[in-house]
Design a protein around this ligand. Sequence first.
Ligand code: FE2
Length: 171
Amino acid sequence: MASTTDAARDIFTTGLHNAHALEQQALQIMNRQVERLENYPELEQLLRRHIQETEQQRVRLEEVMSQLSESPSALKEAVQGFMGNAAAIAHSVASDEIIKNMLANTAFENYEIASYKSLLVMGDAAGFSNLTGLRQSLDEEVNMARQVADLVEPITRKYIEIGSRGESAKI
Ligand SMILES: [Fe+2]
């Protein structure tokens, strides 16, 4: 039977892989969105900044993985059900794409917050004392979630305004 430490380490390893897969997915979703936000420069700017942060977050996860002698490709990164759905929403090219993406972004950032909170508990249980990088990633997600939430109302107002001028919602 595996010792408690081994079990905790396995749990943390799986958590790291899941978090890494989540960040990969975040990058895909944001990179896709950012090309279509000519009318919404505030959101475009925010996403561009968070793309850079997310790339750092991915590196931080890889650094912890390497301490465990793990690499991101060592395990297949499963697409997570919930985020798969959010990604499908982000794929949409409906006229209300901006609204759907904004709601998906809000869900995604909050999912990431929960993911890092959970991961930090796992790391702690596995005996990792230096999790400063992951804590920083959590702080960044909290900050991003707040900024995305703050844009829900102004972006909706702008969407209505653009719609009432008879323009496309996207361009
Ligand atoms: Fe994020």
